[in-house]
Design a protein around this ligand. Sequence first.
Ligand SMILES: Cc1ncc(COP(=O)(O)O)c(C=O)c1O
Length: 399
Amino acid sequence: MNTQDYIKMDETYGAHNYHPLPVVISKAEGVKVWDPEGREYYDFLSAYSAVNQGHRHPKIIDALIEQAGRCTLTSRAFHNDVMGVYLKKLCEYTGFDVALPMNTGAEAVETALKIARRWGVEKKGIENGKQEIICVKENFHGRTITIVSMSTDEVARVNYGPYTPGFVIVDYNDAKAIEDAITENTCAVIIEPIQGEAGVYVPDEGYLACVRSICTNHNVLMIDDEIQTGFCRTGKKFAVDHENVKPDLMTLGKALGGGVIPVSAVVGTKEVMEIFTPGSHGSTFGGYPIACAVAKASLEVLEDEHLAENAQELGKIFREELSTVKSDKVVQVRGKGLLNAVVFEEGFEAYDVCLALKEKGVLAKQTHGHIIRFAPPLVITKEELMDAIKIIKGVLEAL
Ligand SMILES: Cc1ncc(COP(=O)(O)O)c(C=O)c1O
């Protein structure tokens, strides 16, 4: 079968909830992927930042195979000999006391919302059913009914009612709007430290620190969604580290699974996490031995290979180089570390640029029509980056 055959099968038998580029990936290694015809591409999406450690990192694959040869699934009805070791590593890596393992990003967000609501009742004294959580416009936290109830993206929301109540939506990058929205029933604020899906919106310096102090002053939990920005993507372990902010809860996912399997978690302080009691939350697969072995290895790779430093250094080069592009179609180049975006004029079809990039050997995807996100695996070398930049510049300058 060739590329066209595979695409036709997807379109025939798969629900049409995505509009992928017409490329089929059949092999992947490091920062590169190949299609069935053997054409080579740089991966500048990294599965929405889930492949920070590069495709099929040998250390992560070894951990997967070793664990698969011993024990794959236990459920939480019993203990296993991997989960505790992994959660200790995760707590040390993040600087939090306690972690709760889940599978996908959306599940981690749901978990954090549940923690916040319950904490609101049990620790803050809010009447059950009255809890409010503040979120911001253009957020992206996942796809469940409750999470799309927070969304302002009509495409993601339309016709999924009735929506989950209890969310108050304010402008992003406006700390005062958060403070003004706080009532005696507010239990939490949930934000992305950089809005990835919205088009890599980096808030003003000081915003996150300001949100932190507002939450502290009003006894409201700060939930920091680092599912896309975490694990070295922005040049620090977590994007809040740029402002030395310590949230109360962090949601983690994507690169925690090293681009191999879905692994997510919520980390928090003991005082907050102790609101869970047996039976109050759970997941059949959360904390399963394979996930724990893979996630532990994924964290070790981030540290051993200094991927935060690499993202910081190469991200700077990427933005410097792309801001010299001679094209009147490009309005802005922005981002942090290796999470960057090229913004075109409103109404411009960035999908066509992605098609042209694909023809030249770079895979990237538009978000919101006129923005392209560029987020290669963090193991990319300077030589590989410069090679890809040459291709990207060539395509942009030919527009
Ligand atoms: C910030 C953020 N939160 C949550 C999610 C949802 O993660 P998942 O797709 O694994 O459910 C995403 C996915 O893009 C994300 O970017």
